[in-house]
Design a binder for this molecule. Structure first.
Ligand SMILES: Cc1ncc(COP(=O)(O)O)c(C=O)c1O
Length: 344
């Protein structure tokens, strides 16, 4: 099946020729022995970016989340997270299987919750209840439609957490999208959290890897989990170089992805049977609802048959994500195809 415009996810990007060249030429060493200069450089860059003492390079964002859970919480303890959070829905039960933690899923619009919701979710001390241990935030919120948490809201929810002695973690799979959309530094967003990470394989366009940051003691523990889970690598500089290149060259351009997402949303909103408010699009993720007879799985099948890939996210909900490998011309092409599918 030929895909002309792939809006299924921002994870579908392929490394550019310049990124590949940079990766090929990376200096390497034994990562497990801290002898890989490129991995070391990337960890220093991420620690500096997020304002933390140290960082560890990991194969994926999923491993960042799962390791953070294990370091912050003991089996039987509880983490508070929005019900759309990645570990709840897309990490194969990892919080239960790997960290042994309970998840208390809370609600709120656009993948976000407020301080009152956190306050209500913290368990009073009781022999019968799990001990609340950790507050979890996803910046931007994937299933919240790429929504950006404001500094004020982050400050408010983490203040409640701190008052109750909870640790705080930020899943920053798309943190750099928030940074570019709001002009707020990654360090300012991360300042409210004990641990935070960024993914190189989403909008940043690298083929592998993510980096988790926190205090030196936190990263030492994270390294123990990495080793135990088989995430420790050898000449990983080859892949870490993709992250170094991405941080140097692919951050500012995320603004193009946001403009493309807005244009896509404006075009889709004008089609019959599509419910979408383009002004709600803050970054690179566009969700829309179908209101007519057409269901989401059938619609995405018809789009795909015409070379445009989007994802069905429920019976009537579709997700489209913009990224490095889709330009403005691709967006117009996707809209032309969507017009055909939704008006036929
Ligand atoms: C919000 C969020 N967190 C974590 C992840 C996991 O990242 P990875 O695919 O690098 O494991 C994703 C991936 O889509 C995500 O969207």
């Amino acid at each position: 099946m030929r895909i002309d415009v792939d809006l299924a996810s921002d994870t579908v990007t392929r490394p550019t020729a310049d990124m590949r060249r940079f990766m090929c030429e990376a200096e390497v060493g034994d990562e497990q022995k801290f002898e890989d200069p490129t991995v070391n450089l990337l960890c220093e860059m991420v620690a500096e970016l997020l304002g933390k003492e140290a960082a560890v390079f990991l194969p994926s964002g999923t491993m960042c989340n799962e390791i953070a859970l294990r370091v912050h919480a003991r089996p039987g303890e509880e983490v508070i997270a929005h019900h759309t959070a990645h570990p709840i829905n897309s990490e194969t039960g990892g919080p239960a299987a790997l960290a042994g933690v309970n998840v208390r899923a809370i609600d709120g619009p656009c993948g976000q919750f407020d301080a009152a919701a956190v306050e209500a979710a913290v368990r009073p001390s009781s022999r019968y209840a799990p001990r609340t241990r950790l507050l979890w935030v996803e910046q931007t919120s994937n299933h919240g439609g790429g929504s950006v948490w404001s500094l004020a809201r982050l400050e408010a929810v983490t203040a409640v957490a701190r008052r109750h002695g909870l640790a705080t973690h930020m899943d920053g799979a798309r943190l750099m999208n928030a940074v570019v959309a709001r002009g707020v530094s990654a360090r300012d967003y991360a300042a409210f959290f004990d641990s935070a990470w960024i993914d190189f394989t989403k909008g940043l366009g690298a083929p592998v890897g993510a980096a988790l940051a926190g205090s030196r003691a936190f990263i030492e523990e994270a390294w123990r989990c990495k080793q135990q889970m088989g995430g420790a690598m050898r000449q990983a500089g080859i892949i870490a170089a993709g992250g170094v290149y991405a941080l140097r060259h692919h951050v500012k351009r995320l603004a193009e992805d946001h403009a493309n997402a807005r244009r896509l949303a404006e075009g889709l909103a004008g089609l019959p049977g599509v419910k979408l408010d383009p002004s709600s699009i803050e970054t690179n993720i566009v969700f829309f609802e179908l209101t007519g007879a057409l269901t989401a799985p059938v619609a995405v099948e018809r789009l795909l048959a015409r070379g445009v890939r989007m994802g069905a996210s429920g019976a009537r909900r579709i997700r489209a994500v913009t990224h490095l490998d889709v330009d403005a011309v691709g967006i117009e092409r996707a809209l032309a195809v969507a017009r055909g599918v939704f008006t036929s």
